[in-house]
Design a protein around this ligand. Structure first.
Ligand code: IPE
Ligand code: IPE
Ligand code: MG
Length: 248
């Protein structure tokens, strides 16, 4: 599959990578082996997205709420994240990918934070694709931080209350530099957002795929992208209005 087969390629794809634990449980394996298998899917889907020419790929890797999981699982996930950042360094740099992170990065242990920050800096000039890992991330937490930043400016007298509209508040979000989220995919069959990009999802197309993340392959991504191309995104307008504007 190439980008020419997909004329309406989304600029920004987000993925809620769910189902690692169930994948392992089905095999009588510890949950962590599911996360390991899931890390392989991350590598493959990142590569496929880069090859297709998707501009931004945002992966929900660890939520603010996932800190409450068993200590061993959290520790194992942190080690896998570190391994991912270290092992993928060369490939990310060689392929012009910029690595970014969303979330409360300061809460991550140094073993993840340090190689992550190093690769963020090293890849900062890359322009082919931005790969964003949502780590220790929550959509509500992210909006709360933005609201706090705006409140600070109001208190300091550098922002007027009446100038705080949706665009302005959105500009404080860490996703403000990314293209608008076009497509959100969740694997594992669950149909919920689980605190991912609550603000950004406003006009994203949602797709819930009944495949566990370790079994999600390029072919599944292509199916999602094809289905995305068939959807009419109206942004509140009517179909007739959209047809008129495409005539001009
Ligand atoms: C997603 O898989 C990965 C993380 C949340 C870190 P899960 O671990 O949630 O897998 P299930 O949902 O229990 O199958
Ligand atoms: C969402 O999955 C978080 C990530 C994929 C990182 P969860 O498995 O944590 O979400 P719930 O608990 O099913 O809502
Ligand atoms: Mg889950």
């Amino acid at each position: 599959m190439t980008a020419t087969d997909l004329p309406d390629l989304p600029r920004h794809v987000g993925i809620i990578m769910d189902g690692n634990g169930r994948w392992a449980q089905l095999r009588d394996q510890p949950r962590l082996s599911g996360h390991k298998a899931g890390a392989e899917t991350v590598r493959d889907i990142t590569r496929a997205s880069r090859e297709l020419g998707i501009e931004a790929l945002t992966l929900y890797a660890f939520s603010s709420q996932n800190w409450a999981r068993p200590v061993d699982e959290v520790a194992g996930l942190m080690e896998l994240l570190r391994d991912f950042v270290i092992d993928e360094r060369a490939e990310i740099l060689d392929n012009g990918i910029r690595l970014e992170a969303l979330g409360e990065i300061e809460r991550l242990p140094a073993l993840v934070r340090e190689p992550l920050e190093e690769l963020r800096t090293a890849s900062a000039g890359n322009t082919k694709m931005v790969l964003t890992l949502a780590l220790s991330y929550g959509g509500r937490e992210s909006i709360t931080r933005a609201a706090r930043a705006a409140a600070r400016e109001i208190v300091a007298g550098t922002l007027r209350v009446e100038d705080l509209d949706a665009d302005k508040l959105g500009s404080y979000l860490p996703t403000a530099k990314l293209p608008a989220l076009d497509l959100l995919i969740r694997t594992s069959g669950e149909q919920r957002i689980s605190n991912f990009m609550l603000w950004e999802v406003a006009y994203a197309e949602l797709m819930f795929v009944d495949v566990l993340w370790p079994e999600f392959r390029r072919a599944h991504l292509y199916e999602c992208l094809k289905a995305y191309g068939t959807r009419e995104r109206r942004f509140g307008l009517t179909s007739a209005q959209l047809a008129d504007s495409s005539d001009v």
